[in-house]
Design a protein. Structure first.
Length: 132
């Protein structure tokens, strides 16, 4: 054990409560929940955010001209799929999609994207809130 490790160990023993609070704050940051803005149902969490095509968030317009800012999530247990699989007008080349909504209130929250090797949820960011 080097001297820096020893000092850190001593500091933790001198003030274990402070160290515990720091760990709790770190855990809280990673466990912050993503909720449906309409009904407050738990949709996902911040630690489920992923990068797709170089970014977590993307801005797209559908064929009707509606613009969406979408965030990508690995898991969204609070969502269900409301449609069959479609490859038309996909925003992510190589992916088909299904319309996704809140499992509790059925609000449209985004889309589930599926390729031959990968899947993710593209959720409309202004329809979500972060639980503090």
């Amino acid at each position: 054990m080097n001297s820096l490790d020893l000092l850190n160990k001593i500091d933790k023993k001198k003030n274990p409560v402070e160290h515990q609070e720091t760990m709790a704050e770190q855990e809280e940051e990673y466990e912050r929940e993503i909720l449906c803005a309409f009904c407050k149902n738990r949709i996902s969490s911040l630690d489920e955010q992923i990068v797709v095509n170089g970014s977590h968030d993307h801005i797209f317009a559908n064929p009707h001209g509606l613009v969406f800012e979408v965030g990508c999530y690995k898991i969204a247990h609070g969502c269900v799929n409301f449609s069959g699989l479609s490859k038309e007008f996909t925003w992510f080349p190589g992916y088909a999609w299904k319309i996704a909504g809140c499992r509790f209130c059925s609000t449209h929250l985004g889309w589930f994207f599926l390729s031959e090797t990968h899947s993710f949820w593209g959720l409309i960011l202004d329809k979500l809130i972060i639980d503090n």
